[in-house]
Design a protein around this ligand. Structure first.
Ligand code: ATP
Ligand code: MG
Length: 767
């Protein structure tokens, strides 16, 4: 079978385009990634380029791996040494190969976002700066924002005092990183960009090497990434960019959809290819996506169609609580699996990482294997970070962030005073904490010296050992295992540490790019003096950049959990979008701004279009978030998709928008007809006249309208009654359900819209 079979005419045209700049602008599921990977395979197969002569960039590690899999399934070649990866991954690789020219130590370490924050905090503390006036997170955002614009602290223009100080902190931070031999995520890109722009031989090498540069998810590139690409393409390489303006979801991180229009101009890309047939989803799913996104303004405009037929409607479920929502998701997943679906073809998506805890708990309790992407990743767990800190110190003892993390973990009697003394000395002499050890007097100094020699000894003892044995040695010799053995809940942590040994073994067997690549380059560029990164260094970069795929469930068929952001580019047979609530999705931070709301809508568009066959949307009346019970209305996005494409599994109650005051049960025919009532617990009731809900994971038991009053805390409430709430002001009860302390009430507040509250808890007074 030829590579080019199974492509429609515009796809075929895109795949076989002559080597020049081109933009494929097309909606979700229309085959952009397929076109991109097929083009890579086709270019190689037809001998137009060698595997080393092309570079492909995408957004997440998972997507990069998928790209590789798709390509090798078409063209079984050895992909070792090929430049396929994320922007961060490729930049890291370039900096490793040319660390000296980039002004970095061979063993430079990567700070992830959390490490970066602690490094900033340490800097502020050391300089005696008030962290209320300069909140570390704000400083972090300022630094990263500037770097993403390609600006060093000397390039940032500050027009007031506060900003001038931020700029100064930015400079201090960069100096600190340089001293410690560490780079943060945005630094990877900026440093690599500066390397290319300042060093002509290196730039020309890559410009000649990459004849084809292919970019997926182009709509989410930021200014700096765009400039980086432009620089690399400067020697005549052809850029093939694919993207979808409706899926631009990283504006908050500096992504710039404007790059697409700019690309057309800048690169004189006269080839703009559009794809409109969607091969991923059934009609109802696609209709929902199309209708939803029409609410956005300023789109480049396109519509998707499918010839797969309508398929099943989107199932909508309203839960009483987040736990119950999770319970329901688990039940549905069970029946999907019973029907023969693979768990790995089922995804649960949510807007914020914080939502995953409840879902994880429900899955865990029901013993459903699952895997979380993002969130608290394997490499971000406390015990793993500790072990990595030891490994990092072995590579580079001058890295203060790692030093501070484990100098007294497990405890070695090194107190805060000793550490302060050490930090003072390091600051005064502009040396690392490690170098300052010898200058600290007394018992504290002795303890510090012992720690320093522990690190040196571990380095010495593991020389020439294979990577996983190094890790194995370190988790023991550092005292971490012994420490967690004494901890009550240490078993899991010990298991994770052992898993780190496995991860190292797996990494070592897959690894190889660094060696191949630096070798290939050294023959062309002898003057750059390549030094191969050690396997340990490569592993540490991997740990900092990788999205935690070494979880225990690796290899097992597991349900996939991730944020909508992380799901970009992926597809699943069945998708659950949970937490469809105002304030959550759309996120509360974005509701007030039209631009923010449009970005949320694009995010929703991404979520919907991940589903191939079946889509679920759920929301909950109450939710525990950040330690508080919140009452949310259902998401406006539910009203922006066509009603015909939805099937309500629970009664559809009044809408947030233009809600009328008719009791909701009165309009319940929509659900009563559907099979969703399942006959479960029909006829069961509690309370006298009011019996709506019968609790967790069950379904509605009665369609009787709540006409009588409900008595709670000695007060009587009924539909139509006016009430006052200390925060929301005055309103009218439009719906009541449940009885006693469990009763729920929906109130139309004149000032703050409609809210659903628990009568037992809400401070309500009849007026
Ligand atoms: P997204 O915008 O979500 O990244 P995309 O445009 O990259 O989507 P792909 O992931 O490439 O879309 O394709 C979606 C699905 O449709 C994939 O399963 C792909 O294999 C399939 N597909 C694409 N084109 C065709 C085709 N011509 N015939 C059959 N299946 C196709
Ligand atoms: Mg894609």
């Amino acid at each position: 079978m030829s590579l080019l079979d199974n492509l429609n005419p515009p796809q075929l045209a895109a795949v076989t385009l002559e080597p020049r700049h081109a933009l494929v602008l097309a909606g979700a599921g229309s085959g952009k990634t397929r076109v991109l990977t097929t083009r890579m395979a086709w270019l190689i197969q037809t001998g137009q380029v060698s595997p080393h002569g092309l570079m492909a960039v995408t957004f997440t590690n998972k997507a990069a791996r998928e790209m590789l899999t798709r390509m090798t399934s078409m063209l079984p070649i050895n992909t070792r040494g090929m430049w396929i990866g994320t922007f961060h991954g490729l930049c890291n690789r370039m900096l490793r190969a040319h660390h000296r020219d980039a002004g970095l130590p061979q063993t430079f370490q990567i700070l992830d976002t959390a490490d970066q924050l602690s490094s900033i905090k340490r800097m502020l503390k050391g300089a005696g700066i008030d962290d209320e006036k300069f909140p570390p997170r704000q400083v972090q955002q300022f630094i990263n924002g500037s770097k993403e614009e390609g600006l060093r602290h000397t390039d940032v223009e500050a027009n007031d005092n506060f900003n001038r100080q931020l700029v100064e902190l930015y400079g201090m931070y960069d100096a600190q990183c340089q001293r410690e031999g560490v780079v943060d995520f945005s630094e990877l890109l900026l440093r690599s960009y500066e390397l290319l722009s300042r060093n002509a031989p290196i730039r020309e090498h890559y410009q000649h090497r990459f004849r084809h540069i292919l970019v997926d998810e182009f709509q989410d590139t930021n200014r700096l990434q765009y400039r980086w690409l432009k620089l690399l393409a400067g020697g005549g390489g052809a850029v093939f960019a694919v993207g979808d303006d409706d899926q631009s979801i990283y504006a908050f991180r500096g992504a710039n959809v404007g790059n697409m229009a700019e690309f057309e101009r800048d690169f004189a890309a006269d080839q703009v290819i559009r794809l409109e047939q969607n091969y991923r989803s059934y009609g109802h799913i696609l209709d929902a996506a199309n209708m939803l996104i029409r609410n956005n303004s300023g789109r480049l405009g396109k519509n998707l169609w499918t010839d797969r037929g309508h398929g099943e409607p989107i199932r909508v479920y309203e839960a009483m609580s987040d736990q119950q929502e999770a319970q329901w998701v688990v039940e549905e997943i069970r029946s999907l699996v019973n029907d023969g679906r693979l768990r790995s073809q089922i995804a649960i998506l949510y807007r914020s990482n914080a939502q995953s805890r409840v879902l994880e708990h429900a899955l865990f309790s029901a013993q459903v294997p699952y895997k979380v992407y993002g969130g608290l990743r394997f490499f971000e767990r406390q015990e793993i970070k500790h072990a990595l800190a030891y490994l990092r110190l072995m590579e580079n003892p001058h890295e203060d962030t790692a030093w501070m993390r484990v100098v007294n973990f497990p405890t070695r009697g090194i107190g805060a005073r000793t550490l302060e003394q050490q930090a003072d000395i390091a600051r005064t002499h502009a040396i690392s904490l490690y170098s300052a050890v010898g200058h600290v007097a007394g018992r504290g100094g002795n303890n510090l010296a012992q720690f320093a020699s522990l690190v040196d000894r571990m380095r010495f003892e593991t020389q020439n050992l294979p990577l996983h044995e190094i890790v194995e040695h370190v988790i023991e010799a550092s005292g971490l295992i012994a420490h967690y053995q004494t901890e009550k809940e240490g078993t899991e942590r010990i298991e994770n540490l052992r898993e780190l040994v496995n991860a190292a073994a797996a990494f070592a067997s897959e690894d190889g790019y660094a060696a191949d690549d630096a070798g290939a380059l050294a023959t062309t560029l002898p003057e750059t003096g390549q030094v191969l990164p050690s396997p340990l260094a490569a592993f540490l970069s991997h740990a900092a950049l990788e999205a935690g795929d070494n979880q225990a469930s690796l290899g097992q068929d597991a349900v996939q959990l991730m944020t909508v952001h992380a799901a970009k580019g992926l597809e699943f047979e069945a998708v659950f979008i949970s937490g469809m609530e105002e304030g959550l999705f759309p996120h509360e931070n974005s509701i007030l701004e039209p631009a923010g709301l449009e970005e949320e809508r694009r995010l929703m568009y991404v979520a919907i279009t991940r589903a191939r066959e079946r889509l679920y949307m759920s929301f909950s009346q109450t939710r525990m978030l950040h330690g508080q019970t919140r009452y949310h209305m259902r998401s406006r996005f539910l009203t922006e998709v066509p009603e015909e494409s939805l099937k309500w599994l629970t009664p559809k109650m009044g809408l947030a928008k233009g809600m009328d005051t008719a009791p909701a049960w009165g309009r319940s025919s929509a659900w009563i007809d559907s099979e969703s009532a399942d006959g479960v617990s029909m006829g069961r009731s509690r309370g006298k006249d009011v019996h709506g809900y019968v609790g967790a994971a069950e379904t509605y038991s009665s369609r009787r309208t709540a006409q009588a009053g409900v008595e709670v805390n000695g007060k009587t409430f009924m539909v139509g009654q006016s009430v006052a709430h200390p925060r929301f002001g005055e309103g009218v009860i439009v719906h009541l359900q449940g009885a006693g302390q469990d009763a729920q009430v929906q109130i139309n507040f004149s000032g703050s819209g409609t809210k659903t509250l628990a009568l037992g808890v809400a401070k309500l007074d009849p007026i």
